[in-house]
Design a protein around this ligand. Structure first.
Ligand code: XMP
Length: 324
């Protein structure tokens, strides 16, 4: 039968056999899959693993700090944080089209990652292996657009940006035989914090596709503050785990409000929360009116630039989960 400790032992043995004494590089996204993949590989080959976290500037509040605290401070795994916020932000300037945003972020991610990998090779010698958090369902359905398939492009798009040398990695995919619930179980056994293990999925392009219209630093700051409140209140109400995803969307729509003696004219924030099995279909979550009231009050009072909160009551289909 399936037990997480036998899966861990078998996977660790397979990784050792595949990698030997060579180096592995792993891009941490902040999500469950890359984290569990990294922990398994680290258990197998220790400091032959180097993790890289690319800060795109489109991450949620505290995300970078959590990766550093957990991986570097707690697990003592070699971790390089690349602050690429300005690069991403300047490429995203004035870009409105969602698919264009995705393309830019995907390409820039690969460039930044490859540059970092080259630097690390100069420092430490060859890094022949790239870790990927590919799950069993991705192996069968290789068209899914989650973070695993984003990472997979690193191998195939190695000429993006006319980089001098092409990087072709051999893949290490320790989660290839596992389903999501098994990955979570393995994560828990390996000591990944519960909060991380149960984290909702977060799209690779991040907050950039949750700001409708052009992305800039001010809007990112606004959305980050609002999203933090949404997630905090949902956690405090004890319903986070029942939801498939819950987040804030910053709309470009401005509306009139009143605060004290003043008339305000500021943005509308949308709250999205869904229940779902497979993310192909989803139902809008029946969050309690009191929870919605707490979210709304806090956002309007605490987040400058937002004076109205609306709740998205559309299911998928016909709507998608994300707004872009
Ligand atoms: P939609 O909006 O299509 O989302 O209902 C379904 C699931 O996919 C995620 N999603 C993405 N994930 N890169 C990703 O890594 C993307 O560009 C992307 N777009 C949507 C979304 O968050 C949801 O979980």
């Amino acid at each position: 039968g399936w037990t997480s400790s036998s899966v861990i032992d078998e996977t660790v043995a397979l990784i050792r056999e595949q990698v030997g004494s060579e180096r592995v590089i792993c891009a941490l996204s902040g999500g469950v899959d890359s984290a569990v993949a990294a922990l398994l590989i680290h258990r197998a080959i220790g400091d032959q693993l180097i993790c890289v976290f690319v800060d795109t500037g489109c991450m949620r509040a505290g995300e970078r700090e959590q990766v550093v605290d957990t991986f570097a401070s707690h697990f003592h795994i070699p971790l390089v944080v690349v602050d690429a916020r300005q690069r991403f932000l300047s490429r995203l300037a004035n870009v409105v089209d969602p698919e264009q945003k995705r393309k830019i972020i995907g390409e820039e991610f690969i460039r930044v990652f490859e540059q970092e990998a080259s630097k690390l090779e100069e420092e430490h010698g060859p890094i022949p292996f790239l870790a990927q958090g590919t799950l069993y369902p991705d192996v069968i359905e290789s068209t899914s657009h989650d973070t695993a398939s984003t990472a997979r492009r690193i191998k195939t798009h190695h000429n993006v940006g006319g980089l001098p040398e092409e990087m072709v990695f051999k893949l290490v995919e320790p989660l290839r035989t596992l389903f999501k619930d098994e990955v979570r179980e393995v994560g828990l056994v390996l000591g990944l914090p519960e909060e991380w293990v149960w984290r909702h999925p977060f799209p690779g392009p991040g907050l950039a596709i949750r700001i409708i219209g052009a992305v800039d630093e001010g809007k990112l700051e606004t959305l980050r503050a609002a999203d933090k409140i949404v997630v905090e209140e949902i956690r405090n109400a004890g319903v986070y785990r029942e939801l498939g995803q819950a987040f804030a969307v910053l709309t470009p729509l401005q509306s009139v409000g009143v605060m004290g003696d003043f008339r305000t004219y500021a943005n509308v924030l949308a709250v999205r929360a869904v229940t779902t099995g497979d993310f192909m279909t989803a139902d809008w979550a029946r969050l309690s009116p009191n929870l919605l009231a707490r979210i709304s009050n806090r956002v309007v009072n605490e987040v400058p630039g937002v004076n109205r909160v609306v709740y998205d009551i559309t299911s998928k289909p016909p709507a998608t989960i994300e707004w872009e």
